[in-house]
Ligand binder design. Structure first.
Ligand SMILES: [Zn+2]
Length: 164
């Protein structure tokens, strides 16, 4: 029998966290339940497995900034469903190089057309948004407004010095 769990240390309830079987968190190679997932129990396991594989292929550390959230994102955000993660990559690659690598890995994994990918070249930490919405979505964010993915990607290419 599986039981909806509550972490007795933190008091955080894990909505999708079932006792009685192998925990997905134990199967991930590069991420821990203690990172900034919001509520880790609400995270979509498919996203976690995908993120772990992308991280493995990239070969650099991914820092989770946000996972599940109950508020604070755009209307109907995939974060509210636990389907999304925001992260940045600890690397000497420029952000444009990071974008190209992520695109390549998504194609290699044959998930390119079923994920949402947002790029934020002006963000302090050069974050990525990735979600497993099941359909293709791409966007960028520049000068405090959403824009086309291509525009933001091009901006990142033209502004390599904006890298931290
Ligand atoms: Zn996001």
């Amino acid at each position: 029998m599986s039981v909806r769990g509550e972490n007795t240390v933190t008091g955080v309830s894990f909505g999708r966290f079932f006792y009685g079987g192998p925990m997905i968190w134990n199967t991930l190679r590069h991420f821990k339940i203690t990172e900034r997932w919001g509520n880790p129990g609400e995270m979509n396991g498919l996203l976690l497995i995908l993120l772990d594989e992308i991280r493995d292929r990239y070969g650099c550390q991914f820092i989770v900034v946000c996972g599940y959230a109950a508020s604070g994102h755009v209307n109907k955000s995939q974060h509210y469903l636990g389907n999304a993660v925001d992260f940045y990559i600890k690397t000497s690659d420029t952000y444009h190089e990071q974008i190209l690598k992520i695109e390549k890995i998504l194609k290699e994994l044959q998930v390119d057309d079923v994920v949402g990918l947002g790029i934020y070249p002006q963000s302090n930490s050069k974050i990525f948004h990735l979600d497993v919405r099941g359909t293709f979505a791409r966007w960028g964010y520049l000068y405090k407004d959403y824009c086309s993915y291509e525009l933001a990607r091009d901006w990142a290419y033209k502004h390599p010095k904006e890298e931290k």
